[in-house]
Design a protein around this ligand. Structure first.
Ligand code: AHR
Length: 304
């Protein structure tokens, strides 16, 4: 556990209202849209005044937003870092201004963990492991995999790659024959998959770091005259509605869940750190996985 550095004196405005500056990655995926809605709705319900900005997947925009939150003297800054590195300087400025920081969804790569109070988000390495383990359990003979990576330098791209590689390491028949970033977008996934299909005629499996890229890959596979889910199997991460529908329809074969509904937990943590209370340094989000049958059963109750 860690003690909040936003000590008692910064606990909200005179009327007790907490102001949060939140810098979102962008609107690159269905997951991100659900995450933004969750945060905005939770802030409203908790009576937290939210200053929200969309960085359009650019670190410089996030740094600019964070500096403007320091200027505004908000009570707490939360953000989902687009990439892992390059945050120390701006977070030192936040620390000097005595504003507590909460990392949401994605973490940073820094030797100084006093730069933030807590990190609320998924275990991306574990997500990658689950994806790889499913393949290990279901692979027959030689299997050629192409990988659609998330945004270069982003924690979920780095960690989902690592976890997957770890899981397949003991299976020499499974080989990743090509890997490239599709930037977590549907159009990126489609473009990269088109290129993979042009240069390889022996692709058995697509491992996409999120549903959106997997959905883009489905379009490319269809356009090449192949059947997604059958001629080429697809494994993705997220379990947003469009992904789950494709899974239930047999176009995707397996999805590892990444839960975007972090809003309520974020607001609770914000209230605690602003009040100077101790919070755990790491809060991991609970997640599951879905086969095609499980997706069909779960779809009617999905919230995103
Ligand atoms: O950081 C979470 C990842 O970012 C989601 O898996 C992906 O869809 C999003 O863009």
């Amino acid at each position: 556990t860690a003690t909040a550095c936003g000590s008692g004196d910064s606990s909200g405005s005179d009327d007790g209202t907490i102001t949060m500056g939140f810098s979102q990655v962008g609107a690159e995926s269905g997951w991100r849209t659900a995450n933004t809605e969750s945060i905005q709705q939770a802030a409203e319900e908790a009576g937290v005044e939210l200053q929200f900005s969309d960085a359009q997947q650019k670190q410089e925009n996030q740094i600019r937003a964070i500096r403007s939150y320091i200027q505004q003297d908000v009570d707490v800054i939360a953000f989902s870092p687009v990439v892992e590195t390059g945050w120390d300087a701006v977070l030192l400025e936040v620390q000097r201004a005595d504003i507590p920081v909460i990392l949401t969804d994605r973490s940073i790569d820094s030797a100084d963990d006093s730069l933030y109070e807590t990190f609320l988000g998924s275990d991306f390495v574990e997500e990658g492991r689950k994806a790889g383990q499913w393949l290990v359990d279901n692979a027959e003979g030689e299997v050629n995999v192409v990988e659609l990576q998330g945004t270069t330098g982003a924690a979920p791209a780095i960690d989902r790659k690592e976890g997957f590689e770890e899981a397949i390491a003991g299976s020499p028949g499974i080989e990743v024959i090509a890997t490239q970033t599709g930037d977590f977008t549907r159009s990126g996934g489609k473009e990269v998959m088109e290129a993979f299909l042009r240069s390889h005629d022996d692709i058995d499996v697509v491992y996409a770091h999120n549903d959106d890229m997997g959905l883009g890959a489905i379009e490319a596979i269809r356009a090449a005259g192949l059947e997604p889910g059958e001629d080429i199997q697809i494994i993705t991460v997220d379990a947003v509605e469009a992904g789950m529908e494709a899974l239930a329809a047999g176009e995707i074969n397996f999805i590892v869940e990444c839960n975007p509904l972090l809003g309520d937990q974020l607001m609770e943590l914000a209230e605690q750190v602003v009040a100077g209370e101790e919070v755990p340094k790491r809060v991991v989000v609970e997640e599951t996985t879905f086969t095609q049958e499980e997706a069909e059963a779960a779809l009617p109750d999905r919230q995103y």
